[in-house]
Structure formats: C-alpha cells, structure tokens
Design a protein. Structure first.
Length: 450
C-alpha cells in the first residue's frame, strides 16, 4: 500500500510534468515572429558612399557641412577643411545605408508642416562612387519618440526612420569634426623629445624590450616606464577643448611663436607628430598640432603631464628582479642571516639557514615584496661623503641569486630619521628611500617560516 506522503509527491510530479508538456505544446502552436521584410531606404552599402552633406534649412545662417571620403578617412571640406570625427562619420554612413523605413503613407504637399518637414530639421544629401545621388529629409519625432518622420529621395510619401539619424544630423560642427589633439598610437612610438621650462629630454624605446624606455638626453639613464607610458597615453587620448582659430596667422598672440612646451613623437617606421603649447587661456592652454593650421585649447591636466622633467621621469626602481628567475635569497639584518632556496622548478621554498629552522617551508614573498615594490623618493647621482659613509655599515644586505648564477646585491643603510639610503649592484646610483623599508626587512626566521 502506498503511503499518503508518497502519493502526494507522485501526484505533484504528474501535475508538473503535465504542465510542462502543455506549455511546450502551446508554444509550438504559436505563430513564428514575422520576418523583417522591410526594404532599406537606399540600395547602397556603406563602402559605396563617397560623400555626404548635412544642412539645417531652418537655420539660414548656418552653412551645410560637407564630407568626403579620402585616403586617410572622412574629411570635412566645407565650411572648413579638416579631418572628420571618424567614428561619427562612419557610423552615420552605416545608418544611411542600413536604415529601413516603416509606417510609410502618402503625403500631400500641404501636410509636410504637420510632420516637421517644411522646413525639415535636417536635409541630407549623399553620393555614391558610381555617381548616384540620394536625399533624405528628417522632420519631427513620432509620438513614441523612437523614430523620426522622413522623406527619402523626394518621394510623395512620408515614413518613419531611426531617431539616431536625426541625432547625428543635428550635431554641431564641433561634434562632427576630429577633436583629437594629436594622431598617434602610444604603442607605435619609438622615441620622443620633450622641451619645457625645465629643459630638454629625449627618450627612446629599447628595441629589445618594448616596455623599457631610456634617456639619451640630457644624459643616459633609465626612464620610468609607468611615467612615460602614462604621458604618451594622456597625449594620444587628449581632446581639443575649443577651436580658437582655423588659421595660425598670429602665433605670438597665443604664445605659440616661442612655445613653452614642444613635444615630438617619432613613430615606428618613421614619421613625426608635434604638439606645441603656448600661453594660458583661462583654465586651458593655447596649442597647435603642427600638421594642422588651426589654433586650439587643451586642458591644464595635459599641460601638467608635459611639464615633467628629467628627475621626475627617471626610473626610481631600486632593483629590477622577477621572482620566477630566482633560486636563492639571502637576507642579513639586525636579527642575523636568513637563507632560503627554491625547491625544484615550482614555487616551493625552504629555509637553509639558520640551522635551527633548516628544512622548514618559507614564504619567499615576505622578503621579496619589500624589494620588488621599492621605489626611491630621489636618485642621488653624486652622493655626499656623509651619504656614502652611511652605506659602509648597512642595516640590511640582501643577495638574490638567479638560476643562471647571476647575483644581485642590495644594501640599505641604517635610517636617519625617516630616511634611509639603498644601493644595488645593478646600478651605481644611490637611492633615497623611506625608513619603512628597513622596518619591513627586519625579519626573523619565524617571520618567514610556516
């Protein structure tokens, strides 16, 4: 005999199974969603469009904006001759080619005003490479606010077109033109020069290591890759805040005859691009890209990036080391000497010394982290006698041995107040660091073992 509880469970399972079957059966009977059989407004593809213009007939004093497809992209040729904003121009061409009218109805001439088409909010003309010409008039939004009333190729009917067409077509010249300060990819820069009020620097990318940058002027030294990459990214991504003049006739007026900043990037394979900055303009600065005639303004944060000097841009990393390349670490401090070694090719480390802790597993990162993250506050190329004397009896000495037998020695002086000095066998410079590093490396075997 079936228990009552078992029977209830069985009945519930049957009901659920029946419900699922009915839902699937009912769904199979539903008519399929209708296919989109609407036709494009124009029988063209984006790559066939060679030129287009945008006008606003209701604004009589505003000239049409004319675009032409050229070798280096879309160019605005009227009312100024300048590069167009490429994503905007390409997106608009895609919209024209792919737009599909809906809700088409006959249109009497006296009904144009009702749809905002007399005069239209925007009038678009475009031509194909084969010489075909097309027009599109855009009026008011429909009641839903998602579409706009339109007339394509002067047909005697009105239809609904995507609102995105009107959104782009009513943008200002400033929003349609290219507003990039310079044109280069920071990854494509092989070298650059920077002249500002602090002096001249010249920096080149290491051909063997694309992440490494080196000074060739004012003297040979390593540059901080984070600082250099940050500067290049800031410049390549900078936008013009305002166009001041389409011509550069009176450069002295803007402080550009003798600019306060000159930056020139050399691209891989040749080719240069130069930016100059002049006087302050409110919160911005006057500037020019020497490949274009206009004068424009840039934000003050870009000026700040370009105000760095040799000292600020130097690589202040005390020691360059990759833990994966190390086989042995020796640390000597006020608590004695700790030696650890890698076991095989994995990430396991054991203590070799002191003898009382030999064989215990070790946390290599506790020793290495203070070194791999160590950045100096200052690099001292010509240390004083007092500074050199501080290194004679270091508070911390570390020897890092690589798998190929190469050894890196780092010494850190006893602190004086909040300051200590460090020196690495990788370079002759003396590094001014914070006392905290000495505290972090004052480890005992029990701090490393686990």
């Amino acid at each position: 005999m079936i228990k009552k509880s078992t029977l209830i469970v069985l009945i519930c399972a049957i009901i659920v199974a029946g419900g699922v079957y009915y839902f699937q059966w009912h769904k199979s009977k539903e008519p399929a969603a209708p296919a989109d059989n609407s036709k494009p407004a124009f029988s063209v593809t984006p790559d066939q469009i060679a030129s287009f213009s945008i006008a606003h007939p209701a604004q009589k004093d505003e000239p049409p904006i004319e675009f032409q497809k050229q070798k280096d992209g879309w160019q605005i040729v009227q009312p100024v001759d300048t590069l167009a904003d490429q994503p905007t121009a390409e997106g608009f061409v895609d919209q024209l080619a792919e737009s599909r009218p809906t809700g088409t109805e006959s249109l009497a001439p006296d009904r144009r005003k009702v749809f905002g088409l007399d005069p239209p909010a925007a009038s678009i003309e475009f031509s194909t490479k084969a010489g075909q010409k097309h027009t599109l008039l855009l009026g008011d939004k429909d009641f839903s606010g998602d579409d706009v009333y339109a007339i394509a190729d002067n047909q005697p009917k009105v239809s609904l077109m995507p609102l995105s067409l009107l959104t782009t077509a009513t943008k200002s010249l400033k929003d349609l033109r290219d507003m990039n300060v310079l044109h280069f990819d920071s990854e494509d820069v092989s070298s650059f020069t920077l002249k500002n009020t602090s002096g001249d620097v010249a920096i080149t990318r290491d051909p063997k290591d694309s992440t490494q940058w080196d000074f060739v002027k004012p003297e040979e030294a390593s540059a901080d890759p984070d600082v250099v990459d940050g500067m290049l990214s800031a410049i390549s991504g900078a936008r013009i805040s305002e166009i001041v003049s389409e011509k550069s006739d009176d450069l002295s007026r803007y402080g550009l005859a003798n600019p306060s900043v000159r930056f020139t990037a050399v691209k891989n394979g040749g080719g240069e691009t130069t930016l100059i900055l002049g006087k302050k303009a409110g919160d911005d600065y006057y500037a020019r890209d020497l490949s274009r005639p206009m004068v424009f303004e840039v934000k003050s944060d870009l000026y700040s990036k370009l105000a760095d000097n040799f000292t600020q841009m130097r690589d202040k990393t005390v020691v360059h080391v990759d833990e994966s390349s190390l086989d042995r670490i020796q640390l000597q401090n006020g608590n004695g000497t700790i030696e650890i070694s890698r076991q095989g090719t994995g990430d396991e480390w054991k203590i070799d010394s002191p003898a009382a802790d030999k064989g215990k597993s070790a946390s290599s990162w506790k020793i290495l982290n203070p070194f791999t993250s160590l950045k100096a506050d200052e690099i001292i190329d010509h240390p004083s006698g007092t500074q050199l004397a501080a290194m004679k009896k270091p508070a911390v000495t570390a020897i890092l041995t690589k798998s190929d037998g190469q050894r890196i020695t780092i010494q850190i002086s006893k602190p004086s107040g909040d300051v200590a000095y460090a020196q690495s066998s990788q370079s002759p410079e003396l590094f001014k660091i914070k006392k905290q590093t000495v505290d972090d490396l004052n480890l005992k075997p029990s701090d490393v073992a686990f």
